[in-house]
Design a protein around this ligand. Structure first.
Ligand SMILES: Nc1ncnc2c1ncn2[C@@H]1O[C@H](COP(=O)(O)OP(=O)(O)OP(=O)(O)O)[C@@H](O)[C@H]1O
Ligand SMILES: [Mg+2]
Length: 255
């Protein structure tokens, strides 16, 4: 199963990616988390592992990868970084961190001023996710940067479902409409995860989602989670809603 997590900045995408990864492992799955966010450096800490080196380096680094992309222009469909399908076992050990059944790779981060835009990493991420073949016990969770740029790169075309994190904010509500529209245009299911809710806002937030059957979790604002986020600690909290969501996804999508 391949899942992509999207949502507004700070809504809780990486937190939910980490919680979900850990809950899948508890159910006996092995999980590959793909960090496609070029800006933020928090996900590896939430998973309790070191930040792996940029996967882009495997292809010679950003400049070399960009040259390959430019050489293929304008026929973007013909770009190919992979000469065969990959399994998770094919990822060289220098490019992932690992702990308790979870592997993490980071497509690439922005490290220096003036190193160019993040499009190269986006194209590589799309190619990698599309080329990845999973066995029946493997789950891939793709954490994305804030907003909908990854839809522009069509990362969503190669996953089984889109999980949109909606926090109690006007921007999140607006973004959820756009994500629903984009997802339906490519025929992919989008499930909504309400996050940081409390009794004063949950019902209102629910009613802003047009298809309320697609809301698969409402995760309360939790002080342990926010403190772990603030300190950059590994997330070790068990959240019931995440376990239920995990069960739902396995039943609905399969492995
Ligand atoms: N349910 C929750 N209760 C309390 N705090 C939460 C909850 N979910 C996430 N947070 C906190 O919100 C902050 C943002 O979370 P996180 O980094 O996961 O968001 P994000 O969507 O990945 O952000 P970005 O767009 O910057 O990548 C963190 O400090 C995190 O600990
Ligand atoms: Mg994040």
């Amino acid at each position: 199963m391949k899942l992509v997590i999207c949502g507004k900045g700070g809504s809780g995408k990486s937190t939910i990616a980490a919680l979900l990864a850990k809950s899948f492992v508890k159910k006996g799955n092995s999980v590959l988390v793909i960090d496609t966010d070029e800006s933020n450096f928090g996900l590896h800490r939430q998973l309790g592992v070191d930040l792996p080196q940029d996967f882009t380096n495997y292809f010679g680094g950003k400049d070399v990868a960009l040259e390959k992309i430019m050489a293929a222009a304008p026929d973007w469909e013909s770009i190919s970084f992979f000469d065969k399908e990959w399994g998770t076992v094919d990822i060289p050990s220098e490019y992932f961190s690992q702990k308790n059944g979870i592997k993490l790779i980071a497509i690439g981060k922005i490290h220096e001023v003036g190193e160019g835009c993040a499009c190269t990493m986006g194209i590589l991420a799309k190619e990698f996710i599309g080329n990845l073949r999973l066995n029946s016990s493997e789950v891939v969770i793709v954490d994305t940067e804030a907003g909908i740029e990854h839809f522009g790169r069509a990362i969503e075309k190669d996953v089984d479902a889109i999980l949109m994190v909606v926090d109690p904010s006007y921007e999140s509500m607006k973004l959820s409409e756009k994500v629903a529209e984009l997802s339906s245009s490519i025929g992919k299911p989008v499930y909504f995860i309400l996050n940081k809710v409390d009794e004063t806002n949950e019902q209102f937030l629910r009613e802003t989602i047009r298809d309320q059957d697609m809301i698969i979790a409402a995760i309360p604002a939790d002080t342990t989670l926010s403190l772990a986020g603030l300190k950059g600690d590994e997330i070790t909290t068990d959240i019931n809603e995440i376990q239920n969501m995990n069960k739902f996804l396995i039943e609905k999508i399969g492995q």
